[in-house]
Design a protein. Structure first.
Length: 521
């Protein structure tokens, strides 16, 4: 079974790809998706085998996040949805190759595709007509022009402006392409390239929403297909790409845009009987040429197609469950000992801190442990203060790891329940960064980080009440108190920062692991 990773899997194109692969190639593909949204807010997840909520592609951690998915899931193929990802995870990406991942993106050498002005110049150079372009000082005041972002996508940011408006602008529409006004309708030439042959259909855009075609007239046109061949002869193209055309002032076709990736309207072409996803899948499965091209090498009669929408329930909430973090989902015991060891060394004290957490599990604190080692009360308080100042620093947080089975439990619970994370940390920024890095943020409807102080239980109770929490899962008497104030059921884990004996003495119900809790739901 081939493992495919879909980036930005919430797109219309990814929904169609995943749907067709699961309907026609269910035994051949294991599909992993990632997106910035929660799983239950993405219809594509009905057809995914695994899902990860990702940072924004502009986030510093995004690149390593995707590579980590590839490692963990042993991905065979990676398919980007947007142009930024096309270059970030290009087909010649060295890191992906080292992991044995074949990227289905474009080559990083396609510099002409990095912005629309470069694209226009390249298309002109190979004989593909494009709209006439203007500088600010060459526009005529009474004439209307198309103004589009140099790095835009789809129809986002495109507007009409008069020459007078352009001349009056303070920035001269910097970062935009100014071009002649072209006339609707817009035509999308959807192409499938295999063995130097192009198979295509044309979609005339009748109506669209958010830049994606929703009503279309579909037909085939050899004149427009010739331009696709010109492009393919002069550039290294992916199997799936599309070109967009309109008519200019002279009633001639001009190429207004091109996308070297899957199209949001590809399902409209599929409804007409043109199936590029199956052709693409058969390439990945190394089928023969006849099998690969059979779903696109066909005469498609002219027809009209509309996209109609279905309302689907992605999750029915059964229970509202909140979790503590440290000691409950996250094993941070080692961090406590490492920080104590470092602080002791600064004070010239050679003490073994490996028994610190075990000592505290019976209800004691750092100062109690230091006093038991013969350290004076004043020094114990100084050391503890230093320990508190360091315990949430980013370099020490690296010592934490999730308890076994946590991700699986949260994944299963989040499908039918609303989950909340309610934890106490003073460095809230580092806490949220760590939660994101651990890859568990995707399972929670909300994440609350309250102060660590004498009022922590009350602060947690406020959050629990706000979420109408039915169950709170924690590991300490402070968590238990928060649940009591919020009037919700409490369950403690028996492997956290308090021992089973301590919990039992406090009449706190505990269970061996998270699976035991699930059985009680």
């Amino acid at each position: 079974m081939k493992k495919l990773l879909l980036l930005s899997c919430g797109t219309n194109a990814c929904f169609h790809i995943a749907k067709i692969l699961k309907e026609k190639f269910n035994k051949d593909f294991y599909i992993v998706g990632c997106d910035i949204n929660k799983r239950w807010l993405i219809p594509t997840c009905d057809y995914l085998d695994e899902f990860y909520q990702s940072p924004f592609s502009t986030d510093d951690n995004y690149y390593s996040f995707v590579l980590d998915i590839c490692k963990k899931e042993k991905i065979d193929y990676l398919l980007p949805s947007f142009d930024n990802d096309q270059f970030l995870f290009s087909c010649d990406n060295h890191d992906l190759k080292e992991l044995g991942v074949l990227s289905l993106a474009i080559s990083s050498s396609l510099d002409f595709y990095r912005d629309k002005e470069c694209t226009n110049k390249f298309l002109e150079s190979i004989g593909i007509p494009v709209p006439k372009r203007f500088k600010k000082d060459t526009v005529e005041e009474e004439t209307e022009y198309f103004v589009k972002p140099v790095n835009g996508g789809g129809s986002i940011g495109i507007q009409k402006s008069t020459g007078a408006e352009i001349r009056k602008s303070t920035d001269g529409y910097k970062g935009y392409v100014i071009q002649e006004l072209c006339f609707e309708p817009e035509y999308t030439l959807e192409c499938f390239l295999y063995n130097n042959k192009i198979y295509s259909v044309v979609r005339e855009r009748i109506a669209s929403k958010s830049g994606v075609c929703t009503k279309t007239r579909l037909f085939q046109d050899k004149e427009l297909e010739k331009y696709a061949y010109k492009l393919a002869e002069n550039a290294e193209l992916p199997h799936i790409f599309n070109m967009q055309f309109m008519k200019n002032q002279k009633d001639e076709y001009v190429c207004t845009d091109m996308n070297l990736r899957t199209a949001g309207g590809m399902s409209l072409s599929y409804a007409a009987g043109w199936d590029e996803v199956s052709a693409f899948a058969n390439i990945l499965l190394e089928k023969d040429e006849k099998t690969i091209t059979s779903s696109v090498d066909k005469v498609i009669p002219e027809q009209y197609i509309i996209r109609h929408y279905e309302d689907s329930v992605t999750k029915i909430v059964k229970k509202r469950i909140a979790f503590d973090l440290d000691g409950t989902l996250l094993d941070s015991r080692k961090r406590h000992e490492i920080v104590m060891s470092d602080v002791l060394k600064k004070h010239g004290l050679d003490l073994d801190s490996s028994g610190l957490v075990t000592f505290k599990s019976d209800g004691h604190n750092n100062i109690d442990w230091l006093l038991s080692k013969g350290i004076s009360e004043d020094n114990a308080k100084k050391i503890n203060k230093e320990w508190i100042s360091l315990i949430e620093n980013a370099e020490y947080l690296q010592a934490d790891f999730l308890y076994p089975n946590v991700r699986e439990v949260l994944n299963n619970l989040s499908k039918e329940n609303d989950l909340f994370l309610v934890t106490a940390r003073n460095n809230k920024e580092n806490a949220r960064k760590q939660i994101k890095r651990l890859g568990i943020a995707q399972y929670f409807s909300s994440i609350s980080v309250v102060d660590t102080c004498s009022e922590t239980s009350a602060l947690k109770a406020v959050e629990l009440t706000k979420f109408n929490t039915e169950y709170f899962i924690g590991d300490t008497e402070s968590d238990y108190k928060a649940a009591q104030i919020a009037d919700c059921d409490f369950y403690a884990v028996g492997y956290g920062f308090r021992s089973k004996k301590f919990l039992a003495n406090k009449n706190i119900c505990w269970f061996e692991d998270l699976d035991d809790f699930i059985k009680q739901l």
